[in-house]
Design a protein around this ligand. Sequence first.
Ligand SMILES: C[S@@+](CC[C@H](N)C(=O)[O-])C[C@H]1O[C@@H](n2cnc3c(N)ncnc32)[C@H](O)[C@@H]1O
Ligand SMILES: [Zn+2]
Length: 364
Amino acid sequence: MLMERVEGSTKLLVPARATKSLFYNPGMELCRDIDIAVIAALAPRMVYLDALAGTGVRGIRVANEVGLPVVLNDRSKEAYEVIKHNIELNGIEAEIFNEDANILMHRHRYDIVDIDPFGSPVPFLDSVARSANRLILVTATDTAPLCGAHTSGLRRYAARALNTEYHKEMATRILLGRVTRDMCRYDRAIEPLLCYSKSHFVRVIARVDRGAKRADECMRRLGFIIHCFACGNRFAVHELLGIDERCAICGGRLATAGPLYLAPIKDDSFCSKVLDVLRAREMGKKREAMKIVGTCMGELDIPFYYEYHNICKTLRISPPPFQYLIDALRASGYKASRTHFSDTGFKTDAGIEAIKSLLEYMHR
Ligand SMILES: C[S@@+](CC[C@H](N)C(=O)[O-])C[C@H]1O[C@@H](n2cnc3c(N)ncnc32)[C@H](O)[C@@H]1O
Ligand SMILES: [Zn+2]
């Protein structure tokens, strides 16, 4: 059964319940609101491909709310028919295909390529790397392998994920690492503009740059995170050679995650433009979207975070108000920020020992 719905300023016919041949998830409106603001913040006129369009909601919103020329594709016949209907409903023009997305992307180049698959985007990344000229938007909902909770991560992402307290960030960076390697094969590089994770999904939004030199530079941003499950010590390295097997703090055995992307995963000045767009528009998930983008903007560019409840638990102390901890770290000369990945997570350049002694001191 189909029903009418409005997202942003776009009218849509969507299935009352998603099926295999016609998919729509109202829970992803937040993701789509952020996309609209991102694409609007980019300004220039570019052609946008919604390669796995479902009801066409993403592409139709981009055409209707940003005014870009759009191309929509879905291999499901039922989805294709609904896309046609939704295009008419909004009185926009769009090119539509009813094809396998990989074949379409091998045949044509687009400025912006958006893939929003069921589960893992990996089967599409090679074609995305060939097809996308300026910008990519990639969703992953297979968070278990990306977070180290499932062994398929290694074969799908060619990287080892660890199930740590900062698994959401690990998922985002493992996906970015995989995207980097797929792009670099075609002498293309990525510059992440806004990459985030919310509930069950990871979204990567990155500019595409061309040239062997850029691609080499991009590859050098890959590395590893070394983690001690015994004491919570963690650090990032670009090379594994010379790393001790044992933790320098507690002597525990160290574990390795990666290869993953270690460089910044958002561009602060771009995020500020996206916030301006969100502020100026009416959208269903405006407040949540502003919270995510605003928090991303203020995050330290450190590739992991700490969960302060966990640390307090191991120290057997009751957690102080969160902001006190951030303030205390800063007052001690460290950098500290919140993270959008978790309401009780924080980023800092202080090591685990310094964090623990500060928390113990605050408890006294
Ligand atoms: C998660 S849904 C897309 C949801 C939509 N983007 C949204 O925001 O509501 C994934 C879509 O990809 C389509 N699909 C799956 N594999 C495909 C392929 N190889 N080529 C084209 N479409 C495909 C499915 O029919 C489905 O509509
Ligand atoms: Zn340790």
